[in-house]
Design a protein around this ligand. Structure first.
Ligand code: PHE
Ligand code: ZN
Length: 857
């Protein structure tokens, strides 16, 4: 059990560390249940410190001995660390501790995964390895000795010496402890090489378990492409002679940017056409890039404290989005990012877990690796770039790297480089970092025709009003600076005003467009230039017009999405029939051979159940998850019937005959063909899907077909065949688990989930597997929100089992309940009972207690 009274940590309480560290020497004598870690640390008083107290963080450590300058000392120990009398001058601390990697199921600190040792130290895991000032503003040079008979022994930096039963590593770059890593095991490597622009030869390796060698080639190419891209786009070169990536099966998150030794959840690096979908390939490419880009934005320049997490994460997500946009299709990437932003971040920002991009307080920092910090954090960078312009953006970044290299920084430091480069005052922009909540922008428009006979004398005026609803702990919101990209389309479909950036800084502001011949149709918030909710009265005809004519691909897609959403709302609220405008307009898009197939596939996507629940709630209705699912189902069927012919044509025309490549072109064709397959599956009972399943030679095709068969209730044989084929591949079996739940009849989803939790391959020890099963249920609102409450109870049963083993993953999954207040009284009562059940659990982790407490309110 952790501390009885959880402490709230506040940004305003920040104080500089009492001591700084110049050098750290660590020796690990690896043993599964009793690893010995000795540390020798050179401390010196920090001249900036306000008080001189020698305090080290430490959790779950067995202290064997401690010395200061060679003299044994007896520190005062607590649950959180130790304190000790120490000189007010430089000194050497030595300690030996014992830890139990095998017993470490939390997957934080040093733990074991399939017989291999690995570490995860961000945010505060290093304190589970040895006593240390475990805070990012203490940066030190690490030398590490690993003693073990295992064949592969890795740590950060460069290898110094390798001998019988040991290896020594030295990382010349000062780093905070959260970037420390150690890996030891029976691993094999997929090697590669990269020559940096100044001629440094870098050895690259992807280390995997024997048997996974065949799944590394794509990751290696993605790494090389990332290294090249960061040189070309940001002038950032790699700074060691070696770069290692390790794939680990048991991992709480996606991947980790440890200096020179990135550790990846195997699902985020291993890829092969037979086992990975196109979407997996794209995600792997992005995550490899993300972790690599952290070498500069995160490692060379790190965060002063964890409140500044968005300093590295927002920027690095922004950079990896730019990379994907450059490697693939920029509009397709943008649309995908907005879909997830709305699904995850808007949901968070409009519920009990809403927090600023730079939070002001936390209990458990692991609970703040959120969509708000990451994805909204990245949106903030994008807005800044829009506001200052591309040229100033890259000059500001150059200054950031030059001024802050080797430092632990704050958002103030970040904004200052932009202010210094542009001379612009960013005080108002800073509110984006400080105030939580999604701004709403209401639009009003007016049109004044020119004098009779005077061509082009008309003026079109847009009035924008912004307001942000209150969020927990923040009742009052101030107007922000919001860059709103706008273009105008004339009645004949031609663009009459090119995109310009309106800077909304007041609560209400008007913008005039002059010299127009006729009243235009506005295309507002092009490229989704700000993370806001735009409200504008429009009708189906106008949406269809924009879907046909907008020159901005994002807004074109957005028009289709709005049309679908409004049609679905009418079906749900008024019992209306599927909207003809939507069906006609979407068919025209699907037929339009001038449009990128990937874009057409996205346009054929429908708002998610979650989107609809939020939209209904915002419109003053109580969402009924089953009714939403039924409306979506009815719309899909109506569309399948309406588009029968074109669906068959699209399916045939977009079959890829060339050898499999996971690039934008082929994956776009496959996604359009598979969207067509889903329509056809509603008409032919799954006949075509079965044919595709039988012929599939890649996972994208196989999985799309299997999904279709399960939806058509014709999947039993294929589900069994799939399992028999892939039972030895964990990552594929994760897909197998999830798919059966996500495509079940809503009324059966809980039962299917329960049955799968009894499957011999289900385990609490592997976060990917846990998420594949319970995460699938929570990602399926119509199943999860079963009116009986069985979904809530089942999830809670398993969260209670997981919490003692892995608090971090448990706490993250509690967010399934974050939307509870939007549902009816019966569901609220049922959910509240489960939240109370969680809170009543003796010894509930600090992580989970904080999350449930905040959600319950
Ligand atoms: N810093 C990692 C990333 O964004 C995420 C992470 C956080 C991984 C905490 C593990 C633990 O790339
Ligand atoms: Zn990151």
């Amino acid at each position: 059990m952790k501390d009885a009274v959880p402490q709230t940590i506040r940004l305003s309480d920040y104080t500089p560390p009492a001591y700084l560290v110049d050098e750290v020497h660590l020796t690990f004598r690896l043993n599964p249940s009793a690893t010995r870690v000795t540390s020798r640390i050179a401390f010196r008083p920090n001249p900036e410190a306000r008080e001189r107290r020698f305090k080290l963080d430490g959790e779950g450590l067995k202290l064997i001995r401690a010395m200061i300058d060679g003299e044994p000392v007896t520190p005062a120990l607590s649950d959180a660390g130790l304190t000790c009398d120490a000189p007010d001058a430089p000194f050497t601390w030595e300690a030996e501790v014992e830890i139990d990697p095998e017993g470490n199921t939390a997957l934080e600190g040093l733990y074991m995964s399939n017989g291999m040792y690995c570490t995860q130290c961000e945010a505060e895991g290093f304190r589970k390895i040895t006593y240390y000032p475990d805070r990012p503003d203490v940066m030190a040079v690490f030398t590490v000795r690993i003693e073990s008979d295992l064949p592969v022994l890795l740590s950060n930096g460069n290898p110094v010496e390798r001998g019988e039963g040991f290896a020594e590593w030295h990382d010349p770059w000062p780093k905070p402890a959260y970037l420390f890593a150690l890996v030891a095991g029976d691993l094999v490597n997929h090697p590669g090489r990269f020559t940096t622009k100044s001629g440094r030869e870098v050895d690259l390796n992807i280390w995997v378990r024997p048997g996974d060698e065949g799944k590394c080639a794509f990751g290696m190419e993605a790494l090389r492409a990332s290294m090249r891209w960061d040189e070309e786009k940001y002038g950032r070169e790699y700074d060691l002679d070696l770069f290692n990536i390790v794939a680990v099966d048991d991992f709480n998150m996606g991947a980790m940017e440890n200096k020179g030794l990135n550790v990846f959840n195997s699902s985020c690096v291993l890829a092969s056409p037979e086992t990975s979908t196109d979407a997996n390939f794209e995600r792997i490419e992005a995550i490899i890039a993300h972790e690599y880009f952290h070498n500069w934005t995160g490692n060379r320049i790190t965060c002063r404290d964890w409140f500044q997490l968005c300093l590295k994460e927002g920027l690095t997500v922004f950079r990896d989005s730019q990379f994907t946009a450059d490697m693939r299709s920029a509009p397709v990437k943008r649309i995908g990012d907005v879909i997830t932003l709305r699904a995850r971040q808007f949901r968070e920002d409009n519920g009990p877990l809403a927090h600023p991009v730079r939070p002001e307080s936390f209990v458990e920092i692991n609970n703040f690796y959120t969509a708000t910090v990451y994805e909204k954090g990245a949106e903030l960078i994008g807005m800044l770039k829009t506001l200052v312009g591309d040229d100033a953006y890259y000059r500001a970044l150059d200054l950031y790297f030059e001024r802050h290299d080797g430092q632990a920084c704050t958002i103030e430091d970040w904004l200052a480089v932009f202010e210094d480069v542009t001379g612009r005052d960013l005080a108002q922009f800073k509110r984006w970092y400080e105030e939580a909540g999604t701004p709403r922008i209401d639009v009003e428009e007016s049109w004044t025709p020119g004098a009779p006979g005077a061509q082009g004398g008309g003026t079109y005026t847009l009035t924008l009003r912004q307001h942000t609803p209150p969020t927990p702990g923040q009742e009052v919101k101030n107007p922000r600076v919001i860059p709103v990209k706008v273009g105008l389309i004339g009645p004949n479909g031609d663009e009459v005003a090119e995109t310009r950036v309106l800077e909304l800084t007041e609560a209400e502001q008007s913008f005039a467009f002059e010299g127009l011949t006729a009243k235009p149709v506005p295309s507002i918030l092009r490229e989704f230039s700000a993370p806001v909710i735009l409200n504008r009265d429009s009708d189906a005809a106008e949406r269809a017009f924009l879907l046909a004519h907008d020159t901005d691909p994002f807004n074109r897609w957005e028009a289709g999405r709005a049309l679908a959403r409004e049609g679905l709302m009418a079906m749900i609220v008024e019992g209306a029939a599927p909207d003809r405008h939507y069906l006609d307009a979407i068919e025209r898009v699907a037929r339009d051979e001038t449009l990128d197939p990937a874009f057409r596939a996205l346009a054929l996507g429908l708002p998610s159940e979650e989107d609809m629940a939020q939209a209904l709630f915002d419109a003053g209705h109580t969402p009924d998850p089953q009714a939403i699912w039924e409306a979506l189902d009815a719309l899909k069927s109506a569309r399948a019937h309406a588009m029968q012919d074109i669906a068959a044509t699209l399916y045939d025309a977009h079959q890829v005959r060339a050898p499999y490549r996971p690039d934008a072109e082929q994956s776009g064709a496959r996604s359009l063909a598979n969207a067509a397959l889903a329509m056809l599956g509603r008409l032919d009972g799954g006949a075509r899907a079965q044919a595709q399943y039988d012929a599939a030679d890649n996972m994208t095709q196989q999985l799309a077909a299997l999904t279709c068969l399960v939806r058509a209730n014709a999947g039993d044989a294929a589900v069994q065949a799939f399992y028999d084929q892939w039972r030895h591949d964990r990552l594929v079996i994760d897909k197998w688990f999830g798919l059966q739940i996500l495509n079940a009849e809503p009324a059966r989803a809980v039962e299917v989930t329960r049955r799968l939790t009894q499957h011999p391959d289900f385990t609490l020890k592997n976060p990917n597997r846990f998420r594949a099963v319970l995460g699938a249920l929570t990602a399926f609102p119509a199943g999860f929100h079963d009116p009986s409450g069985a979904g809530y109870a089942l999830l809670t049963d398993w969260l209670l089992k997981l919490d003692p083993l892995n608090p971090q993953t448990t706490a993250r999954m509690c967010s399934a309940f974050e939307t509870w207040r939007r549902y009816d009284a019966d569901r609220q009562t049922l959910i509240k009972a489960q939240l109370d059940r969680l809170l009543a659990q003796p010894g509930l982790s600090r992580d989970t207690a904080e999350m449930v407490g905040r959600i319950r309110g």
